[in-house]
Each structure stands twice: as C-alpha cells, then as structure tokens.
Design a protein around this ligand. Sequence first.
Ligand code: UT7
Length: 319
Amino acid sequence: MYARLIGTGSCLPGNPVTNNDLAARGIDTNDEWVVTRTGIRSRYLAEPGTTSSELGLVAAQRALEMANVAASDLDLIIVATSTPDFIFPSTACLIQGKLGNKGAAAFDVQAVCSGFAYALGIADKFIRSGSHKKVLVIGAEVFSRILDWSDRGTCVLFGDGAGAVVLEASEKPGILATAMHADGSLSGILNVPGQIAGGQVTGDPFLRMDGPAVFKFAVRVLADIAEEVCQVAGIKTCDVDWLIPHQANIRIIEATGKRLGIDREKVIVTVAHHGNTSAASVPLALDEAVRDGRIQRGQKVLVEGVGGGFTWGAALFEF
Ligand code: UT7
C-alpha cells in the first residue's frame, strides 16, 4: 500500500512586495544585496488580520478540488506551521472546522522549515499502517508576524503563504521513502526565543538567526538526506526527475543540486518570487510545478526541508 498524491493546492496573500518596496518602507536594504545574496526578488506579506488557518484553508480547498475529494471524506488532517493562529486549538483543528469535516484526526507539526517534509513522512506512515485512507497535509505560515522589521539580516528573507496536498491509500506507487532528523544542540542558530508567562510574551518574540551557520549546515544535510531517501528507494539522486528543496536561498538550492548531481533544469525554484515561507515553501513550489505542467504523472519527485530545531526531512515520491 502506498500513500499517493492526488491533489495539490496553494494560496499566497495579497500582492508581491519587492525588495525595492521594502527599501521604500524604510528598511536599510537594497535590491542588489538581496538578489545577489539570496536570489529573492519579492515575497507575499499577509494583511495584519490574516491567519495561517485562512491561507491553509484556501490551499486545502484547491488541493481537494484537484483531488476530487470531499472534505467529509478526509480521515486525517496534518498542518505544518510555526505560526499557528493560537496556542491552541491547533491550526489543523481550525481548518478542519472551516472545511466542515467532523471526526478526522487533526494535529499540527512543529518542525519549522522541515515541517512539510515531516508531515508528509507522518502521513505516509499512517496510510501504510492501514489506519487512515485519505489525508490532507498542509504547510501554512504567516512568518511576517515573527520578523523583527528592524533586523535587515532576517526581515528581507521571509514571506507568507500556504500549500497543501491530498494523499490517498493506493496500490499504485506514491511515496517511496521518507526520512526525518533533528539535532537539538543547534537550537541556538535559528529560533524565536519568546515564552508566554503571566499571560504575556516574555523574552524575544522575533526570529533570530546566525545566517552563515545555518547556510553551511543546510547545504550539508539537504544533500545527505536526499542521498538517504534515494538509497532507501534504490535509485541514484541523478535519476530523480524533480528536486524541490526548501526555498530559503538560491545559493543553498544550487549548491545542493550540484552536490547531488541533479541538473539545474530539474530543480524547482520559487524563492525568487515567494521568499522563504518556511513550512509552506515546498508545497507552494510543488503546486506551482504541478499546475504549470512541469511535474507529470509517473515522475519521481524529491522534496526536502531544513530549519529551526535543527530539523531536516525529505520525501521521495512517484507523482
Ligand atoms: O529557513 C531556514 C533556513 N534559513 C536559511 O537557510 C538562511 C541561511 N543563510 C543565508 O541565506 C545567508 O547567510 C544570509 C542571506 C542570511 C546572509 O548572507 P551572507 O552572505 O552570509 O551575509 P552576512 O550575514 O555575512 O552579511 C554580510 C553583510 C553585512 O555587512 P558587513 O558587516 O559585511 O558590512 C550585513 O550587515 O551584508 C549586510 N547585510 C545587508 N545589507 C543590505 C545583511 N543584511 C542586509 C540587507 N541589505 N538586507
């Protein structure tokens, strides 16, 4: 029994915000720096009242429509997010309520930018065990809420959005291999070190990152975990039809593709127009490439993420 992807969907809030738009808003940056260091040209930023569950709901509805599955038929909903609407209930339960589904299991996964890869791996295990048959997996973020807009080293890098997939139990090939790892000793290089105490946020509620340390670590583990899932599936990395790495920085994406011997044309890149949307980056890129016809049925797709924790995860599937 395989977990087969039968629908994808995505949602981006409002209009693109360019690097020049950010500079015009008073951020001490320029288009040339952001493009050469990251490849990012624009990102989408949600209006103050817009939540991850709202973006995730639209992405989910589009994925369900493509899959031709009714929300009531889902038996599991997993949302990967680090910017949930509330402390609780989970964003997955909120989306379930908005979809009108009753009874499916619903929970969030907190693995930051690896969240979608983690959630796919969890969904695969539920389906393969035979306990669940139709699963909705969403990556949804409003990262703009946790950015320190006075820190030009981080605020230009991130954006908001959501992507979703519908998986079903099938005898036809779907997910071939998944892997997830973490190293909590590296929690200091990327974090949001705020806490709730006495009903107030205490400490620092904004994203803090040691960019160069994250960069070096990301390139190594994205290559390692891609090798790992390909080995489990019994294929070479160069035989993958499409690589969708986490969309954080074009230099990380290119270095990963090169290490794996995967041609540039086989790497899906959306970081230029989405920025880094954390758990939403991979499903957003996947949906774009499915809808524009690049990813075709029967092709092998490798998706992977790396982020705060530190966490890293990957899934190899036949579309
Ligand atoms: O999703 C989680 C994963 N996150 C990532 O993968 C991010 C990984 N890291 C990176 O992508 C890169 O390390 C960054 C893009 C964050 C930074 O690139 P870098 O080449 O490592 O630059 P840097 O941090 O060493 O900064 C170089 C210079 C500094 O100036 P000085 O000290 O050399 O004079 C910064 O002040 O660039 C300056 N700078 C900026 N200049 C204009 C930093 N941010 C900006 C900015 N605009 N936005």
